[in-house]
Design a protein around this ligand. Sequence first.
Ligand SMILES: [Zn+2]
Length: 330
Amino acid sequence: MGLFDKREPCAICGGKVKGLFPHDVEGQLVCDSCFGVIDLPSDKANSLSMAQFLEYSAFRQENDKLRQKFSTTLKVDFGWLDDKVMFDHTNKLMCLDKHLNKTIFEGKHIRSFSIREDAYNLFEGSAAGLVCYASSVPDRVMALAPQINQMRMQEQMRRNTERMIDMLDGERNNNTSSYYPSMNIPEPFDKFVVDIHLDHPYWRIITLDMNGPRFSSSMPDVNDYMRDYNNNVATMQQLAQALMDLAFPGAPVQQMGGNMGAGMNMGNMYGAATMGAQTMNRSMPMGGQPMMGGMPVDAVAEVQRFKMLLDQGIITEAEFEAKKRQLLGL
Ligand SMILES: [Zn+2]
């Protein structure tokens, strides 16, 4: 005797409905596998009438035929784990599930799209072309650099002092030194938001988001942040280009110098160079030192300083190695 034996069977397939919180459509129970074909946002999926439910199920069944011919030409990794956007540029198809178990969209259904950093435009695409906006994030990170450098210096001194006290006390207790207070740096922005607007019988908009980079709270680092940020922007650029190739092939690309988002305008030292291939190669020197081959000139001197701290037993081998890799960009 199962717990759910007295339940009504699934209104669609007549099978057993399991689980503590079963799905229902207009008060009729529907099993997980029948409800699973509804890949609409959950608020919409949960408010369908039975007629709408059946109509959408039929649409999914018809749509599934596109899966037979889907041959992936590009996969854009979007954030965590299973979040992938699959493209088939040959057949002009797109799916937001790596197993192609969700609705397959056709390029002709895409009306326009935008990719933002919070409220600020990064890319806007339509039949008129792709507009690339210069982001103010690098400038805002740069503006935080002096504050971050000062915090790092103070923290490094605090750690060194703590280690020296430990040594003088003769009790090298690892626990004492492994306590790092967290340093709260205001994040330049929260997340990338992608809106794809559609002309589609059942879909008006697809919204995706991906968290922006985060400063390490134990040892925030402008270079680490910018490396992550540039990787993220490269992904967004790949997505924007893939959407253009899918929906508006051959449309022009336009670089905009300033950010069109309302409000904060920090001015832009880099202009259009903030976007595009240059973005990926950009590296931000700590405290604005001169750069040589993408590496701060005094990186080597910095490594030598840390080597001294290692030799004096103030930092560990592992800490030195990590620092060296970071400074030399290895
Ligand atoms: Zn069922």
